[in-house]
Design a protein. Sequence first.
Length: 293
Amino acid sequence: MIERFLEYINVEKRYSANTVASYRRDLADFSEFLLQSEAHINYTKVDKKAVRNFMAELGRSGLSKRTINRKLSSLRSFYGFMLRLGEISSSPLESVESLKFHAEKQIPFSPEEMSDLQLLENKPRNATPLKELIVETLYQTGMRRAELCALKLDDVDFTKKELRVTGKGNKVRLIPVSDALLQELENYLQTRKPLEANEMHFFIGPRGKKLNDKFVYSAVNSYLSLVSTKKKKSPHILRHSFATHVLDNGAEISKVKKILGHTSLASTQVYTSANIEQLKKVFNNAHPRAKKI
């Protein structure tokens, strides 16, 4: 049944490979729990108590509430699929609520920190031009880590100065590229050494294969650690920093939404960071009855 579900979200729902892999892991964890605690892997016999016991076990293993909620979401989708097929008459997750938690605030890097990154004299250990290019590309385009890894040679248009990026749900969008970054990407093409089977991928790892998530995370973390003591130093923070900086500099939020590949404007609004002084300036410049504050 799990394989049928995974095929459904892959083929019909057109979820990304990473999303499908995440669902697979979550359902595998649940299957293992059922086998060890309930002595069966019969998904039709699962009740609300078993789901709550699964949540408790995840909590005891040290997983965060966010991660537990994600696994619950995977189970909801899986049992919703079984419900539509008529395999069950009701979902065991019907009255199970997600755990409440306060989301940790994502703090973007400042423009000064990103400038310091360009001026670094002491590079990270095992630094390479590829790792520097990864950091710059993520920051200048706002791409997701998985999107960068999946970028193909044909996705980079040097004439039109844009990238064609395939995001969540296989939705394609175009991202403009600066002349400086375009030059760096062109220079990189002269040095990449892909294995024949990986020739179509733009970014190639040290072993001639397409980049993987772990390599990208390590590259970003090692570079950002040299210019900041912030706790979060991930590829997503570069995406957050990109969005925050272009919005702070006057970019239209609807345009930024398209570049980021968001389906909802609310998703883009979380990157706005206007402080009271910025709001005062906007008020003074824009409102017909504004007085200097």
